[in-house]
Design a protein around this ligand. Sequence first.
Ligand code: ADP
Length: 368
Amino acid sequence: MSSITKEKVISALKTVYDPDLKRDLVTLNMVKDVQINSAEINVSIELTTPACPLKDKIKQDCIDAIKKEIPTAQKVSVTLSSNVRYSLGQGKNEILPGVKNTIAVASGKGGVGKSTVAVNMAVALAKEGAKVGLIDADIYGPSVPLMLGINGKPKIYQDTATAKMVPLENFGIKVMSIGFLIDDDAPVIWRGPMASGAIKQFMSDVRWEELDYLVFDLPPGTGDIQLTLVQTIPLSGAVVVTTPQDVSLIDVKKAIRMFQRVNVPILGIVENMSYFIAPDTGKKYYIFGSGGGEKLAKELSVPLLGSIPINQNIREGGDNGKPIVFESPETEESKKIFEISRNLAAQISINTLSSKTSKIEILMGDDN
Ligand code: ADP
C-alpha cells in the first residue's frame, strides 16, 4: 500500500473542477487536508459557501478522481466544510468589519413579493449553515417583523466604550427593522428623510458580529430614497425581484440601471409568482404570463437565479410569521427558494473570485 501518497491524491484533485468557479480545487486552495490510513483516504475540502449548489457533485467528483488515479484505494471519503470569503475584501468594509457579504434585495415596484423573497432567502441560507443577518430597510411598509414573527424593541449592549443595539433573532437569523423603531402610523413624508440615517445606524450602531451574508430588504421603486440607500450601503451586489408580466419588467429594468449607475453588481433576477399549480388538478397556470424573467435576464446579461410559484402556503407563512422554507422545507415551493439561495451564494463566490484582489487572496491561501 506504500504506493498511496499525498502527492497522488493532490494530483487527482487537480483534475476536479468547481463547476461554478471554473477552476480546479487545488488552485482554488479548497483542499485543506489529506489523510491516508493504509488503503483508506480521506480528503477535507473547504467550499466557498455552505449553500454551494453543487456540493454533492464536487464530493462525488473527488471520490471518482481519486479512485481513478489510485486504483488500490479501498475506501475514499470526503469531508466538506465551508468558509465564506469577504467579497469586499477583509477590512475594507469599515462600518461592518465582521460582515463578509452584503446583498440588497430590490424591486421596481411594490407588491411583487420582494420582502417575501428576502425573508425566505435569508432563512434558507441560515438553514444551510451560513451566519445571516437581515436589515428591513423598507420604510414604507416594514413587513419583516410580521413575516418573521418578531416583535419588541432591540436591547442595548453597553461595553466600556460604546452602546450598540442587539439585533432580534428568529429562525436562525439576526434582524433589524425600521418597524422595531417607528410607529406603524408615522407619516410617510417623515419617513423619507430619516431613512438613510436609520440605515446608517443599523450598520454602525448594531452588534452584528460575524456574518457571512447581510441581506437588505430595500423599499420598492427607484426614487431618491433608494438611490441614497444604495450609495449608503457598502454592497456586494443586488438581487432584483419581479413578476413575469411586462409592466413589472419595465420597472425592474429601471432598478437594474439604478444599481449599474452606482457600480453595484447585479447578482441576479428572481421571478416571483411565476406560475400557479392548482392543488386539486395539478394543472399549471401562468397567471402573469411566462418567460418574462428569463427574457429580461438574457437581454440585460444578468443571471436568472430562479422562479417561485404563487402558492397559498407562501402567503400564509408570511402572514403567520413562519417562513415556508423553515416550516415546510420539503415542499416544491421551498425547494425552489433553496435553489435560488444556493444560486445566489454561488454567484457571490464567482464575483468574489473574479475581482482581482480576492483572486490574490484566494490563490495565496488566505484563511479569512
Ligand atoms: P413587496 O415586498 O414586493 O411589497 P411582499 O413580499 O410584501 O411584497 O408580498 C406582497 C403579498 O404577496 C404578501 O401578502 C405576500 O405574502 C404575498 N406573496 C408574495 N410572494 C408570494 C407567492 N410566491 N405566493 C403567494 N403569495 C405571495
